[in-house]
Design a protein around this ligand. Structure first.
Ligand SMILES: CC(C)(COP(=O)(O)OP(=O)(O)OC[C@H]1O[C@@H](n2cnc3c(N)ncnc32)[C@H](O)[C@@H]1OP(=O)(O)O)[C@@H](O)C(=O)NCCC(=O)NCCS
Length: 136
């Protein structure tokens, strides 16, 4: 049976292994620091999807007071195309909606455009917006 729950500190390495299997870890980001920050910030969390006591999917979520954002969203390759992404995304949306977030947002790297069809299937649309960033 599949269960979605909030991650706890001891899930860190299993979650990072899910992200690694999905090629979501990039050199500019330290996933351990990111994991700890998300768990120790009151407006963010990491949801994990467990299948037979194994962590097979994970997503980081944060509500910034205006929009809800999803990061590091992935399902282990062997567990993809089974509806697990749908379950996890829906749980993430529910987490945000329960905190009053009116809209869920996410960014897709240009090198990963094949995943856009998944998000469109689940109701997301591409926005005419440029995303800018600056390291602090
Ligand atoms: C994106 C990802 C989480 C989807 O998970 P999944 O478990 O394979 O997705 P599901 O099986 O729940 O699919 C849900 C629906 O989306 C559809 N879908 C899945 N991938 C799709 C794609 N690339 N294009 C179009 N539709 C897609 C499925 O057919 C299914 O439709 P249905 O329920 O109407 O039959 C998974 O492919 C993944 O982890 N990819 C690698 C990591 C990644 O790129 N994450 C996104 C970072 S922005």
């Amino acid at each position: 049976m599949n269960i979605v729950r909030e991650a706890i500190e001891s899930d860190r390495e299993d979650v990072i292994s899910v992200w690694a299997s999905c090629d979501l870890i990039k050199p500019q980001n330290d996933p351990r620091t990111d994991f700890d920050l998300a768990l120790n910030t009151s407006t963010s969390t990491i949801l994990i999807l467990e299948c037979e006591n194994q962590i097979v999917g994970a997503v980081m979520i944060g509500f910034d007071g205006h929009r809800g954002w999803l990061y590091y969203f992935g399902v282990k390759p062997a567990f993809q195309s089974l509806g697990n992404g749908r379950i996890l995304l829906s749980a993430g949306e529910e987490w945000l909606a329960n905190r009053g977030a009116p809209k869920a947002m996410l960014m897709v790297r240009n090198s990963n455009s094949k995943v856009i069809g998944f998000y469109e299937r689940l109701g997301f649309g591409i926005e005419e917006t440029s995303v800018l960033g600056k390291r602090l």
